[in-house]
Write a protein that binds this ligand. Structure first.
Ligand code: PLP
Length: 421
C-alpha cells in the first residue's frame, strides 16, 4: 500500500496533486511520500516486536538526507556501504552507534572515518579486510566491533545482478570456512567479535531462501559459541521484495518475514538487526515525467518522454518492470492502446516499456512511474549532459524540494580545462 492515489480524477502524493508539484519544479522529478516511508519502516519494526532489534535502513536504496532524517527520527539505524554514505548518514543526524558498515571493498580511509566518528559494527567480508580494520583500530587506539558476513551458498531466486548469497558471488566468507575466520578475528586485538552477518540478495519474493540461510546462521551461532565466541547480534541483511505490479503474486509481508525470523533464530537470544532498503523506499517514490512527443512508427507508436535511462536505469539494467500511469486519471471505459515508452537518450536501451497499454496520451501529458523510490534517484547520472532530476518530499499537504535540479552552468563548470589547452 502507498499514498499515491487518484482523487477527483488526478493523481496525488498524499494530499498534494502531482500536477501542482510538476508546475512548481518542472519535469522530470522524483517524489517521495513521508507516510509511505514511515509505514514501511514501522511494518518491519512491528514485525520484530518482542525481540531486541534494530531496523537499519539500507540507505543505498534512496539516500537523500531528508529521507534518512525521516526514518532516523522514527527510530531507524542505517546500513551504509561506503565512506560517503557514512558521512551522509552522519550529516543527516544519525549517531554512529546506529550505523552499520557493509560492503566488500572498505578502504583504510573509510574504516578510519567510521572508527573516528563512531560505528555500531563493521560487517567484515574477507580476511584481508579484517586485517586492515584491526590495523586501523590499533593505530587509533580503538577496538572495532565486527561481525563476519558469511555466504551461506543459497539460491535467492532473484535477478542474477542482485543475487549475493551463492558461492560464486563476491560477497562474504564461505560459511564452511567461518570457524577458521572467527578464530582469526578472535586473535586480533583491535577487533571485538559481536555477531554474524548474512545478506543473500535483493528483491526476494519467497521466504524459503531466507529461511535456509537463517537456519545455517542458527547452526553457526551455536557452533561458534561452543568455541568461545560471544555471538550476541545477528545481522540478517535486507532483500525482501516488493510488488512491482498490481497483478502478480505479492511477495511475503514483513510480518511473515518477522515471524520466520523469530521461529528460526528466536531461541538464540540474540539481538536481531535487519537491513531493508527496497521495501522501505521502493513503493514510497514515483518518477514523474512528461510526454514530449507521440511518434507514430511503422508498426507501433512511441511515447517519447523527458525522463530517460539516466534518470531511472532499472529497466535498462535489470529488465525491470515499472507500472506507468497517467497523472490525469483515465475516464472509465476509455480504450487503452499499446505504446513503446522511451526516453530521448541516444541508445535503444533507453526504453522503459514495450507495447505497454496506456490510455491515449498526447504531448504535454504527465505520467508517473510507480515503485521508483528505491534504486532510482541514487543510480541516476548526467549521461548526455542531462541534469540530475530534482527530488521532492511530500508530508501531508506540504511538499519540499529535497534536491534541486542543477543548472547547466553548474554542470558545465565542474569540468576544468588543463592549461595547455
Ligand atoms: C543492498 C543491500 C541491502 C538492501 O537490500 P534491499 O533489497 O534493498 O532490501 C542490505 N544489506 C546489504 C549488505 C546490501 O548490500
Amino acid at each position: 500500500m502507498d499514498h499515491f492515489l487518484y482523487r477527483d480524477g488526478a493523481l496525488f502524493a498524499e494530499d498534494v496533486p502531482i500536477s501542482e508539484i510538476a508546475a512548481a519544479v518542472g519535469t522530470p522529478f522524483y517524489v517521495y511520500s513521508t507516510a509511505t516511508l514511515l509505514r514501511h519502516f514501522k511494518l518491519f519494526d512491528d514485525a520484530l516486536e518482542g525481540t531486541d532489534h534494530l531496523v537499519c535502513y539500507a540507505m543505498k536504496a534512496a539516500s537523500n538526507q531528508a529521507i534518512l532524517k525521516t526514518l532516523a527520527q522514527a527510530g531507524a539505524g542505517m546500513d551504509v556501504v561506503s565512506g560517503g554514505e557514512y558521512m551522509r548518514a552522519k550529516a543527516a543526524g544519525v549517531p554512529g552507534a546506529r550505523i552499520v558498515f557493509s560492503g566488500v571493498g572498505k578502504t583504510a580511509d573509510e574504516i578510519r572515518t567510521a572508527l573516528t566518528g563512531g560505528i555500531r559494527q563493521f560487517n567484515v567480508e574477507s580476511e584481508p579486510e579484517m586485517q586492515v580494520i584491526n590495523a586501523v583500530a590499533l593505530e587509533l587506539g580503538k577496538v572495532a566491533p565486527i561481525t563476519v558476513r558469511v555466504n551461506p551458498d543459497v539460491d535467492a531466486k532473484t535477478h542474477a545482478k542482485i543475487a549475493t548469497g551463492k558461492s560464486e558471488n563476491k560477497f562474504g566468507i564461505p560459511i564452511s570456512r567461518a570457524r577458521e575466520v572467527y578464530a582469526l578475528a578472535a586473535s586480533l586485538p583491535g577487533l571485538e567479535v559481536i555477531g554474524i552477518d548474512v545478506h543473500i540478495g535483493s528483491q526476494l519474493t519467497e521466504l524459503e531462501p531466507f529461511e535456509l540461510a537463517y537456519n545455517k546462521v542458527a547452526e553457526l551461532t551455536e557452533r561458534l559459541r561452543s568455541e568461545g565466541h560471544n555471538i550476541r547480534r545477528l545481522d540478517l541483511g535486507g532483500g525482501l521484495g516488493i510488488p512491482y505490479t498490481r497483478s502478480n503474486d505479492a511477495p511475503p509481508l514483513p510480518v511473515e518475514y518477522g515471524a520466520m525470523i523469530k521461529k528460526t533464530l528466536g531461541h538464540l537470544g540474540c539481538e536481531i538487526e535487519i537491513e531493508p532498503g527496497r521495501l522501505i523506499a521502493g513503493n514510497a517514490g514515483l518518477m514523474v515525467s512528461k510526454v514530449i512527443y507521440v511518434k507514430s512508427g511503422e508498426d507501433r507508436d512511441f511515447l517519447i518522454l523527458d525522463g530517460a535511462m539516466n534518470d531511472l536505469i532499472r529497466p535498462a539494467m535489470y529488465e525491470a518492470h515499472h507500472d506507468i500511469v497517467a497523472v490525469e486519471e483515465p475516464a472509465v471505459g476509455v480504450e487503452q492502446r499499446p505504446y513503446d515508452i522511451v526516453g530521448p537518450v541516444c541508445e535503444s536501451g533507453d526504453t522503459f516499456a514495450k507495447q505497454r497499454n496506456m490510455p491515449p496520451l498526447k504531448s504535454g501529458d504527465l505520467i508517473a512511474f510507480r515503485s521508483a523510490g528505491a534504486y532510482g534517484a541514487v543510480m541516476s547520472s548526467e549521461y548526455n549532459t542531462r541534469p540530475l532530476i530534482p527530488e521532492v518530499l511530500v508530508n501531508g499537504d506540504q511538499f519540499a524540494v529535497i534536491r534541486e535540479r542543477p543548472s547547466f552552468d553548474e554542470i558545465i563548470n565542474r569540468d576544468t580545462i588543463p592549461e595547455w589547452l
